[in-house]
Design a protein around this ligand. Structure first.
Ligand SMILES: *Cc1c(COP(=O)(O)O)cnc(C)c1O
Length: 365
């Protein structure tokens, strides 16, 4: 069986060496040595002033919105072409999601569609670097400045992506990364926020630890979203291998491109100029192909190959948001078009060339 992805694991011995100290210290969580070491290592990797770790990406994103202290009921303009987490984080903060359409070339939120949705209730923009495709960060920066809006990126897919040498962690007020086992870089479960603003460090660190400032002062209504030492140890190991893993993914993508590229009815979004990719996903849009997406999906499944329909359904079409005034997939026709037709094929560093061939043979048959 071949799944859409397979979590990378370091050598068993490497992980054992990394956790060995814990049997002496008995320090298992609450911002211990591994946690601190991983934060500093990621700040160096991203070349950003501040990284703070979380037990998962979703709680990191919820905390980012809480830390920016957006007024309840405020509107946050976002994309429906994403994992439900993005929209849930907005709603669970008492904010209202407003959905803008995507750009046809890279499926990221279209800044011009966002501009048209800005009202006096808008408080923030929350774009997603979907599939690791970087958003138009300059346009969003300009919009946020012009309308005095907060800008938060869901960078869950964008670990290791750079624009002319500048990390995807550098844009907006805050960026959120997911380190879930299915992502390019993982800490089993995990996530992080990256940002430049010094005053956010203490606040974000307090918010992920029940709002506790010190032993006698609880300053905020915080949650518990701390990353444990075991997760951080996995992160320290995986960080040593992530560049070679991204390179290996790149070779798999080249192989896919050589088999599936330039075929009528198969749309494969190309590389973005000036951007160093991370090969997080391999989306194929079946648009006028001899078979539709669902047929290819079931043919692959019959072969024990499990692709995913990321991102179908759109979050503005799912049942829990059906009653929102801003819901409705028909309001974002480009996103609806792609969601109906896209399939993410299996992609991970160790995916064997003969497996890629078998997947492509089935797609093309
Ligand atoms: C994975 C993901 C998240 C949530 O991250 P978790 O670490 O699984 O909580 C949020 N947004 C997007 C786009 C994701 O793919």
């Amino acid at each position: 069986m071949i799944n859409v992805t397979r979590a990378f694991l370091p050598d068993y011995e490497e992980f054992c060496r990394e956790i060995r100290d814990m049997w002496d210290s008995h320090w298992l969580t609450n911002m211990g040595e591994k946690h601190q070491a991983l934060e500093r290592a990621l700040e160096a990797f991203f070349r950003v002033p501040h990284v703070t770790l979380f037990t998962n990406g979703h709680l990191a994103l919820e905390t980012a919105l809480q830390a920016l202290n957006l007024p309840r009921g405020g509107e946050v303009i976002t994309t429906p072409f994403t994992f439900v987490s993005t929209t849930h984080a907005i709603v669970r903060n008492g904010l209202v999601p407003v959905f803008g359409d995507i750009k046809p070339e890279d499926y990221t939120l279209d800044p011009e569609k966002v501009r048209a949705l800005i009202t006096d209730k808008t408080v923030a923009i929350l774009p997603v670097h979907v599939y690791g495709r970087l958003c138009d960060v300059e346009a969003f920066e300009a919009l946020a400045r012009e309308y005095n809006l907060k800008l938060i990126y869901d960078a869950a897919h964008a670990f290791g992506v750079e624009k002319e040498g500048v990390s995807s962690a550098s844009f907006g007020d805050i960026s959120m990364f997911s380190f879930h086992a299915t992502k390019v870089y993982h800490t089993i479960e995990g996530g992080a926020l990256s940002f430049r603003e010094d005053s956010l460090v203490q606040l974000v660190n307090d918010l992920k630890n029940f709002g506790i400032r010190n032993a006698e002062e609880v300053a905020y209504v915080g949650g518990n979203a701390k990353m444990s030492e075991f997760q951080a140890a996995m992160g320290l190991c995986n960080l040593r291998h992530v560049r070679e893993q991204i390179a290996a993914r790149g070779r798999v993508v080249e192989h896919y491109n050589s088999r599936l590229g330039n075929r009528s009815g198969l749309v494969i979004p190309g590389p973005q100029p000036g951007i160093t990719p991370n090969y997080a996903y391999y989306p194929v849009v079946f648009d006028g192909f001899k078979k539709d997406r669902n047929q290819v999906f079931s043919e692959l499944k019959d072969q024990g190959i499990i692709p995913r329909k990321y991102f179908y359904p759109l979050t503005n079409g799912i049942s829990c948001y059906r009653d929102l005034p801003s819901a409705g997939e028909e309001k974002t026709p480009l996103a609806a078009h792609v969601a109906q037709r896209v399939l993410c094929l299996p992609l991970y560093g160790e995916l064997a060339p003969q497996d890629v061939d078998r997947i492509c043979d089935t797609v093309l048959a």
